[in-house]
Design a protein around this ligand. Structure first.
Ligand code: ATP
Length: 470
């Protein structure tokens, strides 16, 4: 997995489809990403000379900082994690805990890589799932027990010789008569033709309650997963569910995919992917620089900066999948810096975040655009949600303007939470339709300026009430 080759302009074009304004920030992230790609094209000597150019996003809450970074990762299919820097100042945290951000990034890389590998084996996995379905729909008689045990032992022996975990394969324990073979053939035909999708079938699956639970911080720090180690040695507990064929096929395809993919490749590729394309978003980085308010008992802020520094500078972190090098990861620091400045961070850390970009506060006009323009904008989401109750909602332009105006006012009069205010206002605005919609034949509903005023306008004028409700 190598770095994306999209140009900064191409990346900004896609970001524009989701995020309104903040052009400087969009450009900066796209350039930072391209710089990493550029650095990786150079000789090792040259790479060592050029330190990675990480980015600091400065701006108030809810103006798109996280959204830009998360979207960037999605566009280039890169592993992404967001951590709150303040988490490491909490009582009980110790220095090594900061490495958990790298481990979480690798977990995310595994998910992305697994999805890619599933795609590669999908055709074969689905074929196997359909074969299995046929056998479940037309079961054969079980073989005699003694014969069965012998067969099982031989199967397990062969599997172990091939380096696999032994498992008893049910197919080999069946007595398939001609009659059953014929029935299976006709079932396979029906299955192919999609005639059995709603038939019920019993399938066996891993018991989810046996999946890894929490474990000690110390083990995490060492990159050891006890559950993984043990689960490799002990047989997994199985549970049975009766589900429609369509759902069974999905579950069986997933099970087959898991067996078809090569785990060693999966872990290796995921680590390479995290190392070369990973993005770590460190939120509230301003809160680990000295400021007015430090709670007693908090871990020293400078200490946390010193713990984070080696990771940002490039170091090796142990994970349960292997050692990960952080040299080429892209780090994006983010914060309001209302009570302090980036220059209050320790100089070494400042030097690692040389690209600085300020995000603007959002205006009423921005809110209008956020409500309407982005792919899957908030209003489009609500229209789709309510549409599932056969109600067609439309918003007039005046209503949108009024929502944006109210959001700006409430942000001004209470706390400024940026575009998050639009979420709370829309939820309040549409609460009756969301509640009563499914029971009433509402037909088409037009949200007008008056409707907005009646539902949220008056509320917004009451500072105390709006603090709680909007
Ligand atoms: N410029 C924007 N365009 C479109 N949507 C936006 C914009 N700014 C914020 N939003 C929406 O508002 C919500 C909050 O934004 P986001 O998570 O990016 O905030 P933030 O700037 O990272 O704040 P914080 O530092 O508090 O995490 C998201 O749902 C996001 O989609």
């Amino acid at each position: 997995m190598t770095e994306s080759t999209q140009t900064p302009k191409e990346i900004v074009d896609v970001l524009d489809q989701y995020i309104v304004g903040q052009n400087e920030a969009k450009k900066a992230v796209a350039v930072a990403l391209r710089n990493r790609y550029r650095r990786m094209q150079l000789s090792k000597d040259m790479q060592d000379e050029i330190s990675p150019k990480n980015l600091l996003m400065i701006g108030p809450t809810g103006v798109g900082k996280t959204e830009i970074a998360r979207r960037l990762a999605k566009i280039v299919n890169a592993p992404f994690v967001k951590v709150e820097a303040t988490k490491f100042t909490e009582v009980g945290y110790v220095g090594g805990d900061v490495e958990s951000m790298v481990r979480d990034l690798v977990e995310n890389a595994i998910q992305l890589e697994r999805a890619d590998q599933y795609k590669q084996v999908h055709v074969e996995a689905e074929k196997q799932a359909n074969n299995r379905l046929v056998k479940l729909l037309v079961p054969a008689k079980k073989k005699e027990k003694r014969q069965n045990d012998m067969q099982n032992l031989m199967n397990m022996f062969t599997q172990m010789q091939n380096g696999q975990m032994p498992s008893a394969d049910q197919d080999d324990q069946e007595d398939v008569t001609d009659d059953i073979r014929e029935k299976r053939m006709s079932t396979a035909e029906k299955l192919k033709a999609g005639l059995l999708e709603n038939d019920q079938v019993e399938i066996e699956m891993d018991d989810p309650s046996q999946q890894p639970a929490g474990q000690s911080t110390m083990m995490n720090q060492m990159g050891i997963d006890l559950n993984d180690t043990l689960s490799g040695l002990m047989p997994k507990k199985k549970i049975k569910r009766t589900v429609p064929v369509s759902e069974a096929r999905e579950i069986l395809t997933r099970q087959a995919s898991e067996e078809l993919i090569n785990k060693a490749d999966l872990y290796h590729n995921a680590i390479v992917r995290a190392e070369n394309t990973g993005i770590i978003f460190i939120d509230e980085i301003d809160k680990i620089a000295p400021g007015k308010s430090q709670n007693s008992g908090e871990v020293s802020r400078e200490g946390v900066q010193r713990d984070i520094l080696p990771i940002v500078e490039g170091s090796q972190v142990n994970t349960k999948y292997g050692t990960v090098n952080t040299d080429h990861m892209l780090f994006i620091g983010s914060g309001a810096f209302a009570e302090n400045k980036p220059s209050d961070l320790i100089p070494e850390l400042q030097g690692r975040f040389p690209i600085r970009v300020e995000l603007n506060e959002l205006t009423k006009e921005d809110f209008v655009r956020i409500l309407t323009e982005p792919t899957n904008s908030l209003t489009k989401q609500y229209i789709a949600l309510i549409g599932t109750d056969n109600i067609k909602v439309t918003f007039t332009i005046e209503a949108i303007n009024r929502i944006a105006e109210i959001a700006t006012d409430v942000n001004h009069n209470t706390d400024n939470i940026g575009a998050r205010r639009l979420h709370t206002i829309l939820e309040k605005l549409l609460e009756d339709i969301l509640y009563e919609g499914p029971d009433m034949q509402m037909g088409d509903i037009t949200i007008t300026e008056k409707y907005v005023d009646d539902k949220v306008g008056k509320l917004a004028q009451n500072k105390d009430l709006s603090r709680y409700i909007l």
